[in-house]
Design a protein around this ligand. Structure first.
Ligand code: 3HC
Length: 296
């Protein structure tokens, strides 16, 4: 008999960077009990601060009452021990995009969570099938791909593999609906759907910038004012992280080998130089407050 979770109420989120902390907020706001897990106390504090600041901002704007803020924070616990997920119904992994790190996380989740629990990954560049194969329950591994900023963006891609059990896909879809998000079912292909469309467009903006066809401000303004996007491509790249985007470009290239999936040389150089966007203080724009920083 296939073991199934009756109802998802207790959720673990492993990795509390920008995406993980945002995912904790999304689940806690929707009434789930959430355990946020990080590797050490410093990373845990960064995740906690991220959540607290985001909620405080919502209160200051009058979007959330202080009682709601207290209730949301009361549903979240933080820990550095993955063992604390022993009674979770669902774990969402949002650690860095390296298979060696995912391997250790999924080995632990597989060992610690009950056999019926669902293990989800927020990966944007690794194969969900390969991650599923790291566990003894590949049918219960699924992709839940959130977009940045997770509390704001409505889409969540539900990535199934050839071995995902149907009830796991159904449960994941119900959970995403309970989060107030829009679930879209996609297959396990490089870039899934949204990034396969979005990331080559962003990469093309880098090529346009690199060729000197326009300034960074002109490129961004062209898209915000002509196409009505909320952010220009270079500003969006700084938000998402150039390293994340390069990873997606490289998997698209590896899988399809088409010229449109070749990463712009400047993108690769910027990542090598540590110009990753907001999170590193500098990408296409400078966020460090330095005087007259050079353009990349
Ligand atoms: N956390 C929580 N809420 C946030 C937030 C964050 N990090 N950033 C913005 N918000 C909220 C604000 O509080 C505000 O809420 P309100 O309407 O209730 O007051 C609302 O979002 C709008 O924010 P702002 O007024 O500060 O600024 P903008 O109107 O410029 O919106 C934005 C900011 C929502 C980021 C908007 O510019 C946007 O939608 N940008 C495009 C983002 C995008 O395309 N994301 C997808 C990236 S691809 C990806 O993530 C996939 C990955 O795999 C690579």
């Amino acid at each position: 008999m296939v073991a199934m979770v009756e109802e998802i109420n207790k959720v673990g989120v492993v990795g509390l960077g920008t995406m993980g902390a945002g995912i904790v907020e999304v689940f806690a706001r929707a009434g789930f009990t959430v355990t946020g897990v990080e590797i050490d106390d410093a990373a845990l504090e960064r995740g906690r601060t991220h959540l607290e600041k985001s909620l405080a901002k919502a209160v200051a704007k009058g979007k959330l009452t202080e009682d709601e803020q207290r209730a949301i924070l009361g549903r979240v616990t933080f820990t550095t021990s993955r063992d604390d997920l022993a009674d979770a119904h669902l774990a969402v992994e949002a650690v860095p995009e390296r298979l060696d790190i995912k391997r250790s996380v999924f080995a632990d989740l597989d060992r610690i969570l009950p056999p019926a629990a669902i293990l989800a990954t927020n990966t944007s560049s690794l194969s969900v099938t390969e991650i599923a194969a790291l566990t003894s329950r590949p049918g219960k591994v699924i992709g839940l791909h959130f977009f940045n900023p997770a509390p704001v963006m409505r889409l969540v891609e539900i990535v199934t593999t050839v071995v995902t059990e149907p009830h796991v896909r159904e449960t994941a879809t119900q959970v995403v609906t309970r989060l107030g998000k829009t679930p879209v079912a996609v297959g396990d292909r490089a870039g899934f759907v949204a990034n396969a469309l979005l990331v080559p467009y962003l990469n093309h903006a880098v090529a346009v910038y690199e060729q000197g066809l326009a300034t960074r401000e002109q490129i961004d303004a062209a898209i915000t004012s002509a196409a009505g996007f909320p952010m220009g491509p270079l500003t969006l790249m700084d938000l998402v992280g150039l390293d994340v985007l390069l990873d997606v470009m490289d998997v698209l290239w590896d899988e399809f080998r088409r010229p449109r999936y070749a990463a712009a040389p400047l993108l690769r150089r910027m990542v090598a130089a540590g110009l990753l966007g907001r999170k590193s203080g500098r990408g296409f724009y400078d966020y460090s407050g330095a005087d007259n920083p050079a353009e990349p």
